[in-house]
Design a protein around this ligand. Structure first.
Ligand SMILES: [Zn+2]
Length: 517
């Protein structure tokens, strides 16, 4: 593993030799100038996140985003197309409105989960119940008739809505320790009870639905203030909604104290049957080696609790902006520069896996792929992905990148190939030199990733601009590189977990028909 210091020494040495040449490289200069003086990031971010909104697979908004991207590229003189690779359940989110109507009135903060069945137009009003503590599934089955006509609360009530960092700052050591211990015990008991019922979070809603429940009320706290993760519903006819921790806890306590709280839920949505799924592909044809490819990669889809601003709106913006800049600053690349805006990454890298399966000739011609998909932050780490010689070429390509950008980047070589996580894994599995441009955290995991708070206001445009410059220069350098890059795989290390030699991942087929049963 070669860390920052080693890279710095290498860069310094190289710098003394090439500094003059780099500073005068007119393409690098033009890239930086265009990115800084004519940035389109804010406008693109507004159009995509605020105008089009979240991009859940199978929704009309996803299709709208694909069409928008093609039109944007056309406007920049870049050829683009939407490639269909599969089909998904068609669904469109409508209004979610959740109110407590008894014992008092309060509007609640929550929303229906993706693919939730709709309520009747005027909504439903029903009493809440919580799950019983049972010793076995028999006892649970006996209890089940109690859910008839009721809204069932299926998540554990969190003991605190304050994230741990807040406790750490203000609590006495003793009370922080006690809270954590109690929470751990409560969680353990909750999970054990779930097993006793003979269920898990995935299987339970369907059983409650069959037993006549009126709806499912969940709360998936993301361990930050007011932030929940919003995924898909498991019910087929009754609505599933997620409530924010504050409201969920209040209702739970009201049930437990015998107040019989009632909710009025309006969840509108449209079942649209079957919808085609796409990747948006755009390319600037190579003038010397058109069959070799530098690929810019970022998934286009999102979950729909927020607007997918940092997962993966920002990765999308980086790649679109880099393409726009390259078309201006480097319009006749040696190799073809192709951008892939993949569909349905969130359900299992489906768009990129389909592309790898459908375009073996492109995968064979990959010079390098750069993927960005972990938030809005500036890139702080790049791994060689298990390619033995990546140190050599990636090091050269990073050389002309402004030092204020590379100073932040820690590299590790040769690294190991990914087994999932984002779309570069689909290409690495096929042996193509694909790399992840990994971002600074900016509270990604708790506050934006798959949450109801993944919105435009969380975007750090200076960091995204930084990433567009980095990506455009890397693409330029990869395109100009004298040789085709080596794909020699490093011998992988022994797994800490299994004690066995790690093996290189192999390509997996996408799910080409999803959400339909
Ligand atoms: Zn993502």
């Amino acid at each position: 593993m070669i860390r920052k210091i080693t890279l710095l020494i290498a860069l310094l040495l190289a710098n003394s030799l090439f500094l003059l040449a780099q500073e005068q490289d007119p393409v690098v200069q033009a890239i930086i100038k265009e990115a800084n003086e004519n940035s389109q990031l804010e406008a693109l971010g507004h159009e995509l996140m605020d105008g089009i909104g979240p991009r859940l697979v199978g929704t009309p908004q996803m299709k709208k985003a694909h069409d928008w991207a093609v039109a944007k590229y056309a406007g920049w003189g870049i050829t683009a197309r939407n490639e269909q690779w599969g089909e998904w359940k068609g669904w469109e989110r409508g209004i979610s409105h959740i109110d407590m109507v008894s014992p008092r009135v309060q509007s609640l903060r929550g929303t229906q989960l993706a693919w939730s069945p709709a309520t009747p137009k005027k909504g439903i009003t029903a009493e809440l119940v919580v799950l019983p503590m049972v010793k076995d599934s028999l006892e649970f089955v006996k209890w089940l008739p109690n859910v008839k006509g009721k809204l069932v609360m299926v998540s554990m009530m969190q003991p605190t809505g304050r994230p741990d960092y807040n406790w750490e700052e203000f609590a006495t050591e003793k009370s922080f320790a006690r809270m954590k211990e109690e929470r751990e015990e409560q969680t353990k008991a909750w999970n054990e009870n779930m097993r006793n019922m003979g269920h898990n979070t995935r299987s339970l809603p369907g059983t409650l639905e069959e037993a006549g429940a009126a709806g499912i009320v969940a709360s998936y706290w993301s361990q930050g203030f007011g932030v929940n993760k919003i995924f898909g519903a498991y019910t087929k006819t009754i609505p599933t909604v997620d409530l924010e921790l504050e409201d969920y806890g209040m209702l739970y306590r009201l049930v437990e104290s015998g107040q019989k709280p009632q909710l009025h839920i309006v969840a509108e949505s449209k079942d649209l049957g079957v919808m085609p799924t796409f990747n948006t592909i755009a390319e600037i044809k190579g003038s010397e080696k058109p069959d070799e490819y530098v690929i810019l990669s970022a998934h286009f889809d999102s979950w729909d609790g927020g607007t997918g601003a940092t997962d993966n709106g920002t990765g999308t913006l980086v790649m679109m902006e880099a393409m726009r800049i390259l078309k201006k600053a480097y319009p006749n690349p040696k190799r073809t520069i192709l951008v892939g805006h993949w569909g349905s990454e969130e359900q299992g890298l489906n768009g990129s896996r389909a592309f790898v399966e459908d375009h073996p000739e492109i995968v064979d011609g990959v010079q390098a792929l750069f993927n960005q998909d972990n938030g809005t932050g500036r890139v702080v780490s790049i791994s060689g992905g298990g390619f033995l010689d990546a140190y050599d070429y990636l090091g050269k390509w990073l050389n002309p990148v402004p030092q204020e950008i590379t100073d932040e980047i820690e590299t590790s070589f040769p690294g190991t190939p990914a087994r999932g996580g984002s779309d570069y894994a689909s290409f690495q599995a096929a042996g193509a030199p694909a790399f992840s441009l990994s971002s600074l955290n900016w509270s990604y995991w708790n506050y934006t990733w798959h949450t109801n708070r993944d919105t435009y206001d969380k975007i750090i445009f200076d960091d995204v601009r930084n990433n567009a410059i980095l990506t455009a220069i890397l693409a330029y350098m990869a395109s100009e590189h004298p040789e085709k890059t080596s794909r020699t795989k490093a011998v992988l290390p022994i797994s800490n977990r299994t004690g066995e030699q790690l093996e290189w991942p192999t390509p997996r087929s996408p799910q080409r028909k999803g959400g339909l049963d």
